[in-house]
Design a protein around this ligand. Structure first.
Ligand SMILES: Cc1cc2nc3c(=O)[nH]c(=O)nc-3n(C[C@H](O)[C@H](O)[C@H](O)COP(=O)(O)OP(=O)(O)OC[C@H]3O[C@@H](n4cnc5c(N)ncnc54)[C@H](O)[C@@H]3O)c2cc1C
Length: 424
């Protein structure tokens, strides 16, 4: 096996993990490098952020996910540089690693459109750390309002503003409104959590712009039913402590969350190939790097367009399909067979809007409400990594559905809330 081709995979997200699994039964040596020791099921991060699930329910140690494959080794490190001529990756720790084939699947993070200073005022949601920070802020806002009411006898403001009406913004807004209405309402004495104001700000003319228009409208209706103020055509122009600026309008906010933009991992630029505006690498039809057929870029970091000009979206199924397709192409190359171009199979879109509500698009079939939500539940349980996680998430959802309890309401870290002091 020592003479088998060495495949190095950067990133154990959906793209990297599925590539590793697809190659693991072949005669290759695989090294998976990730800066975290765990794979995160990002579609359920908002449930950790809103205290519905615990971090360990949606994350799995990469080492244990890949543990059964003897030809796969896992390194906890960060890729920092590439020497494409000599086929080497340099790690943050200073070590270099040679490869025969390289898969770069380092994903994306949030973009603040040139205002990186906004990140501390309005955290985005990408990692377990982000989710627990958002959870800390959301829960603290209720606690601080309660303290203000009980000690100073005031009726404090409780405003949550979510910037960005894509799926993450919609899911966060629906979930925060729901915990305020259904979960918190029972546990506080000084404040009435059902009076919390949840605002979803979207710069465009409709939320869920990537969905068909009828589903955007339906999502908006379902959010309003939960008490969310959906404000479209409102581009945020500034963030200050406790304030969101929309042109001349100043909106007071206890907790501001950012779900408005995505930029690809900086590794895209480091690879030196042309990138698009979001920093995604413009790859060849087989997902390889132009001029370097032994290097592949997959998932959120890759920009690939089909013959009709349609781009593969930044979603988990696209990353999974690209990871698997790349594994097959690497194996074809090893066997001196011709590669196949990547073809994205669109399996539809799903978003949930709190309990028993959601929207789903499967081609011409558009679903709303409880049916969409059931699809959402089934798909997410099915694709969760790890049997334990599937069982745990299923049990917790069932428990929460019948009891309106939310088990993961832990405030970890400090108890300061930037801009969170409620006004009387
Ligand atoms: C909040 C949220 C909700 C989402 N909801 C949905 C949804 O409902 N449905 C859906 O289909 N998609 C959803 N997505 C999108 C989906 O999660 C992504 O498209 C998918 O994760 C992309 O997979 P990937 O492998 O390209 O990157 P990722 O899954 O992001 O994995 C990248 C990996 O690379 C590692 N990494 C990064 N840089 C380095 C480095 N320099 N060195 C080593 N390791 C590195 C990271 O630690 C990470 O493990 C959501 C995303 C987010 C953030």
């Amino acid at each position: 096996m020592a003479d088998a081709p060495h495949v190095v995979i950067i990133g154990a997200g959906f793209g990297g993990l599925y590539a590793a699994r697809a190659l693991a039964r072949k005669r290759v040596r695989i090294t998976v490098i990730d800066r975290k020791n765990h794979h995160v099921f990002q579609p359920l991060l908002y449930q950790v952020a809103t205290a519905k699930l615990s971090p360990a329910d949606i994350a799995s140690p990469i080492r244990s996910v890949l543990g059964k494959y003897r030809n796969v080794q896992v390194l906890l490190d960060e890729a920092a540089q590439f020497d494409l001529t000599n086929k080497k990756v340099t790690l943050k720790t200073g070590e270099s690693l040679g490869y025969d084939y390289l898969i770069v699947a380092a994903g994306a993070s949030h973009a603040y459109f040139g205002h990186d200073e906004w990140s501390s005022l309005a955290p985005g949601l990408k990692s377990i750390e982000d989710a627990t920070e958002i959870r800390r802020r959301v829960l603290l806002a209720f606690e601080m309002a309660e303290r203000e009411a009980l000690i100073n006898g005031k009726r404090p403001m409780l405003n949550f503003i979510i910037v960005g009406g894509g799926p993450t913004g919609v899911e966060l807004a629906g979930s925060i409104a729901e915990i305020a209405q259904k979960v918190m309402a029972k546990d506080f004495r000084g404040i009435d959590p059902t009076r919390a104001r949840v605002v979803l700000l979207e710069a465009g003319q409709r939320i869920l712009p990537a969905y068909p228009e009828d589903l955007s409208r339906s999502a908006e209706r379902q959010l309003r039913k939960l008490g969310v103020d959906v404000l479209v055509g409102r581009a945020v122009t500034g963030l200050q402590t406790g304030k969101v600026l929309v042109g001349d309008e100043v909106m007071a906010s206890n907790v501001t969350l950012w779900a408005a933009g995505v930029k690809a991992s900086p590794l895209g630029n480091i690879l030196g190939a042309p990138t698009d505006r979001a920093g995604r690498v413009m790859v060849e039809p087989d997902l390889s790097l132009p001029g370097h057929p032994e290097v592949f870029v997959v998932g959120d970091l890759a920009a690939i367009t089909d013959k009709s000009g349609k781009q593969a979206p930044g979603v988990a199924p696209a990353a999974i399909q690209q990871g698997k397709a790349t594994a097959k192409n690497i194996w074809r190359s090893i066997k001196s067979q011709p590669r196949k171009p990547f073809k994205y199979l669109d399996k539809g879109n799903l978003a949930t809007i709190g309990r028993a509500a959601g929207v789903a698009e499967f081609g011409r079939l558009h679903l709303s409400g409880v049916i969409a939500w059931i699809f959402w539940l089934t798909v997410h349980i099915f694709f969760l990594i790890g049997f334990r996680n599937r069982v745990m998430v299923f049990i917790q959802w069932a428990w929460a559905y019948f009891t309106f309890q939310s088990g993961a309401r832990l405030i970890t870290g400090n108890t300061d809330l930037p801009g969170g002091k409620p006004n009387g």
